[in-house]
Design a protein around this ligand. Structure first.
Ligand SMILES: *Cc1c(COP(=O)(O)O)cnc(C)c1O
Length: 356
């Protein structure tokens, strides 16, 4: 039995976007949010669904100063028959506790968090957009709230879930992106927080992202923090290479975020009989392989885009193009299967879907 969640309804529900309105990403928020608080000695208390509104924190709240926080990202999909699908949400809440452990935030009850999310979604279900490729983006997060400037783990926290109707990731359909291999800045190091979904990793990445934009690229391929040689991730996605027909991705090493889409692609590859390899991949090895035409496809994998084909990679003065800058057959196949299961147009023979 879960603790009761109190519900306070919004007195003035907002105008929902029109069915064909461009939604963008992360700009519109629904009428309600879920919150609960952690107080040392009492645990997670006061679970509640209340109107989406600004929150009141002291300027001294620890999250503002030392960044003790974690977040998650997943989506709710409305199927043609009106059902609401979540995609492997248990894994997101499992990962909350992995991130929490690294950031010294007390663990949450994963099953209760999923229950709370479903209760929130039942109230907000009319906010889930239905146009092709759209979804309701779900952002659970935790912040340290003690009003205190000393450096130590906080004694009080807030867990929240907010919801944002979001548009198609690719308005013109799945199309390859050009990526810049960052050789100075790094995102994470072994022993650091790379495997945790924590805001500081993103703060650290912005400068390289800005540099990539300035150079005419849309995203960064990160190399490892010690040698600046081994490939880690692309932007905020895990990265895959099809090399000699085999699916290769960097092994999880502590500085790479263990993506749920990454895990899904690997599991799917095994099911369709594709050979997979999780290992170290050096950028110089990739260049050599690419020059001899052995890199058939490159793609990023993450919740936002699902699959993001890479058309071109630039490392120093080397420019590599893959599959003639067009989307490759395996990228397309993974995209079609995963999104098909998410939107309910394909039978979920994998047990990935959790109905609300
Ligand atoms: C969230 C995230 C990913 C992708 O994880 P998914 O669970 O597949 O969405 C990859 N890299 C980074 C840095 C991330 O924050």
């Amino acid at each position: 039995m879960f603790p009761a969640i109190s519900v306070t309804r919004a007195s003035k529900p907002k105008q929902k976007p029109a069915a064909d309105a461009p939604l963008g990403f992360g700009q519109i928020f629904t009428d309600h949010m879920f919150s609960m608080d952690y107080v040392e000695g009492q645990g997670w208390i006061n679970p509640r669904i209340e109107p989406y509104a600004p929150i009141c924190l002291e300027p001294s709240a620890m999250v503002f100063h030392y960044g003790q926080a974690i977040f998650e990202g997943l989506k709710a999909y409305k199927t043609a028959d009106g059902a609401i699908n979540l995609f492997r949400p248990q894994l997101n809440f499992e990962r909350v506790n992995v991130s929490n452990a690294r950031m010294v935030i007390p663990p949450v009850d994963e099953a209760f968090c999923l229950y709370a999310l479903k209760e929130l979604l039942k109230i907000e279900q009319d906010w889930i957009p239905t146009a092709d490729g759209t979804s309701l983006y779900i952002r659970p997060f935790i912040i340290a709230t003690d009003p205190y400037l000393g450096v130590r783990p906080a004694h009080t926290y807030r867990f929240m879930i907010i919801l944002s109707p979001s548009g198609r990731y690719y308005p013109q359909g799945l199309s390859p992106v050009n990526i810049y291999v960052e050789e100075d800045y790094v995102r994470a190091v072994k022993g650091g927080t790379g495997f945790a979904k924590t805001p500081g990793n993103y703060a650290a990445s912005l400068i390289a992202q800005a540099k990539a934009y300035k150079t005419g690229y849309v995203q960064v391929l990160w190399l490892d923090g010690v040698h600046r040689r081994f490939i880690e991730e692309v932007g905020s996605m895990n990265v895959f290479f099809v090399i000699d027909g085999k699916l290769v991705t960097p092994a999880l090493n502590g500085s790479i975020l263990p993506g749920i889409t990454r895990r899904t692609v690997l599991e799917l590859a095994k099911r369709i009989g594709l050979e997979t390899e999780e290992r170290e991949i050096a950028i110089d090895e990739l260049i050599t392989l690419a020059k001899s035409g052995r890199v058939n496809e490159v793609f990023g994998a993450g919740t936002a885009a699902v699959i993001s084909p890479v058309g071109e990679l630039r490392y120093k003065d080397e420019v590599m193009t893959f599959n003639d800058g067009k989307i490759g057959p395996l990228s397309q196949k993974f995209y079609d299967i995963i999104t098909g299961v998410q939107y309910g147009t394909r039978i979920d023979e994998y047990g990935w879907i959790e109905k609300v």
